[in-house]
Design a protein around this ligand. Sequence first.
Ligand SMILES: [Zn+2]
Length: 455
Amino acid sequence: MSTLFRNRDYLRLFTAQVSGLFGTGLTTVALGLLAYELAGGAAAAVLGTALTIKMVVYVTVAPIVGAYAHRFPRRAFLTALHLVRGAIVLALPFVDQIWQIYVLIAVLQTASAAYTPTYQVIIPDILPDERDYTRALSATQLAATMETLLSPMLAAAALTVMSFHWLFVGTAIGFGVSAALVLATRIPNATAAPEGSFRERITVGVRIFAATPRLRGLLGLNLVVAAAGSVIMVNTVNYVRDTLGGTQSGVAMLLAANGFGTMIIALALPRVLDRVGARPVMLTGAATLILGLVSGIALSAAAAGDWRWAAAIAVWAIIGSGTAAILTPTGQVLRRSSQPADRPALFAAQFSLSHLAWLLTYPIAGWLTTAAGFTATWVTLAVLAAAGFTVAVRMWPRKDPEEITHLHEVGTIAPTRLGDAVRVDERFFRHTHAYVIDTDHPRWPQPNRLLATAA
Ligand SMILES: [Zn+2]
């Protein structure tokens, strides 16, 4: 990591991205409180709608901007995107109608969605070294994880000393700093269109997803994370204020409990991951999230009493820890499943596919809660999470070795790419190497009798 951050331009750009991420995270917390101030008991529906708008924008705008980003002067474009977000955030405290929230969120998230693909195509120009670039992809993934776990805690700390309107001001300042950092960075303008449009890269990424068993498992895990995460993002405000009778610091406290659970696991995880690998950790995380949802259902049906605060803190922390157990190893699983050249495509596909899961769960958490209450909503989300968990367990084989002995049919692969392969009969070559889906290996190998004699 150290050589990566010795590159001044990358360091500035990365810092700007992190401060933009945290700005968005803090805005999300403040937005929940703003929605409650305007909508009261219907805040969940407002938040569900706002976050659904966010996901629609991410899934539709990011590919379009990705296709045209090379036509703009890139430094000016990124700076403008930070400034637009800062201005929108500054306008949020003046909102007094719910529709104004939706309009501002649509513009805010359009700017955020435009930022990511532009940033992703700039990084290889700044970091021509392949290894630095791979490390940068991991650093971005890590920054996004840290943001989900630290933003609520920062918000909780801030809310003990100021009203939530000041959170918006602090966030706007963060975007201003980001804009200044980007202005101070040397970013070469694109000389040509990037290789393959965003849409083509997504297609490559999705194809790798569909053909790799462990990534099909990851699809299920994305759904589990979104089902449990929607409860935290959409339902916390109403649950604290209407059911528990708490205040905005109570909301921040539950969000902080969630962040705390995430952080403990994220810190403890690297050593465990080295020992047991990603699969058991991520499946345990999914089971933990389902446990959290089921406990939440029991809590939502329980009689009133002060003990519910302690129980809610535990449930929110359990959901945080399960989320960390799935999100932390995700980057490693994606790296393991692709050639270096296909990594940007695969990370882009995970970005889109995980957002599709949230696009399903946010509206459920928002609108169903307002119509039918917490118990019915959380049962629905728990059923979705259980379905995702089942997909993950069935699709991701328990035995998932790095290297796989497999066959290549004569004539389907250039002889120079066969390496140490041996001819086993008139039709097939056989060899063993770390297996990922690429142009030479379009399908996952099936067990074959010709492999039985493999050394
Ligand atoms: Zn091969």
